[in-house]
Design a protein around this ligand. Structure first.
Ligand code: SF4
Ligand code: SF4
Length: 376
């Protein structure tokens, strides 16, 4: 029995509901200009579980089709595409998680993120106070290598490396399994498909909803969700670039942090941190204020948990930068590393995987769209 069969066996109601929703939409087609989901739906007559997972991950949850739908609740058809697709997305994250026993972490995303942060920060502070003198932890350190006086170099290198290797392995296995099940027409990946998918991601084209934006909070269209998504994504990328450049400085140029305020790692990290803080805060507010009816309530904890981690990493990093020349540096470094540790530990079991599965859905969509153009 394939993963996709197992998935459907355990979630008959969700998949049956999604299939019924798609069959009604395919007859109606009122929303075909709203997003990439509807043209992709119209290419299909029957909806296998793989098709439904592909369409669910192609959906960016703008809620436009819910507010436009004459068959939405309280109509007896009860069409609610964003809600049913959100539920399927989380079911796919759980089903393809590796090792599968850890898929349970998707059930309580917010709670698990909070526990992970508390435990990580507590553990780092405990180890610091156990192994180094209080005077050192609460001291002022101004020179190169100051951070290593709080957390030794070997720990700072080995722990993140081990966690990153595990996260990459786990996400790679999940991605391969997901690809095998959603690639129903055995697409051979071409450079042009990847290029289109990358442009879609970088511009977040689909979040523009054909130009008018999303129904962020109500039936009024706005671009706020797209902007905050962009801030979050580019902020995360810049923070990652900052860490990568700092790693090169440290290991290949023998230059140790903290770096000058106008150095490349600090500039990248500062801009990235500010964007990430604005983006994650904005998305949290939008999520908090939005209408719960087109959302799958049980998936909200996952969204809140991941945004909380991103916001925590960004803002503690900025605080560390501001106060790094004071006696608060040791405690702020421990708190920042606690957030970073929790984020990377939970990466394969958090909303982060949404970005990977969505990228695969965009590759499949690019291949189908290009074939349509060739056939017309
Ligand atoms: S969501 Fe409603 S209005 Fe839109 S295509 Fe489906 S059935 Fe029609
Ligand atoms: S919620 Fe938005 S992205 Fe998802 S199917 Fe409806 S219109 Fe498309």
């Amino acid at each position: 029995m394939s993963l996709v069969d197992l998935l459907e066996t355990g979630n008959v109601d969700t998949f049956s509901k999604a299939r019924r929703n798609m069959e009604i939409c395919n007859a109606c087609r009122y929303c075909e200009g709203y997003c990439a989901v509807f043209p992709a739906m119209e290419r299909r007559r029957l909806f296998s579980s793989g098709d439904l997972m592909h369409l669910s991950n192609l959906c960016h949850n703008c809620q436009g089709c819910y507010h436009a739908c004459q068959y939405a609740p309280p109509h007896e058809y009860g069409i609610n595409i964003p809600e049913v697709f959100s539920t399927i997305r989380v079911e796919t994250y759980k089903q393809y998680a590796w090792p599968n026993q850890l898929s349970i972490m998707f059930n309580k995303g917010g709670l698990i993120a909070s526990i992970a942060v508390a435990v990580s920060i507590g553990l780092i502070i405990f180890l610091c106070l156990y192994f180094i003198q209080n005077d050192t932890f609460f001291g002022i350190h101004l020179n190169e290598g100051a951070f290593y006086k709080i957390v030794p170099y070997n720990i700072m290198v080995l722990v993140p490396s081990a966690i990153s290797i595990f996260a990459i392995l786990s996400i790679s296995i999940s991605t391969k399994r997901f690809w095998n099940d959603v690639n129903q027409s055995n697409i051979k990946i071409k450079f042009s498909y990847i290029k289109t998918a990358i442009i879609d991601v970088l511009t977040l084209k689909h979040l523009s909803g054909g130009g008018h934006g999303c129904n962020d909070i109500s039936d009024k269209f706005t671009q706020w969700r797209r902007f905050h998504h962009q801030f979050t994504m580019y902020g995360f990328m810049l923070c990652f670039a900052s860490t990568s450049v700092a790693t090169i400085y440290d290991h290949f140029l023998n230059l140790q942090a903290p770096y000058a305020y106008l150095s490349i790692p600090v500039l990248l990290g500062t801009i990235g941190g500010i964007l990430l803080s604005i983006g994650s805060t904005g998305l949290l507010i939008i999520k908090w204020k939005s209408d719960p009816k087109p959302q799958a309530i049980k998936t909200l904890g996952l969204d809140y948990g991941f945004l909380f981690l991103l916001k925590g990493v960004a803002e503690t990093g900025l605080l560390l930068l501001i106060f790094r020349e004071t006696s608060a540096m040791g405690a702020l470094l421990a708190i920042h590393l606690g957030f970073v540790l929790a984020l990377f530990l939970l990466l394969p079991y958090s909303k982060f995987v949404h970005g990977i599965y969505r990228f695969i859905a965009l590759i499949i969509n690019a291949s189908e769209t290009q074939k349509d153009h060739l056939n017309n």
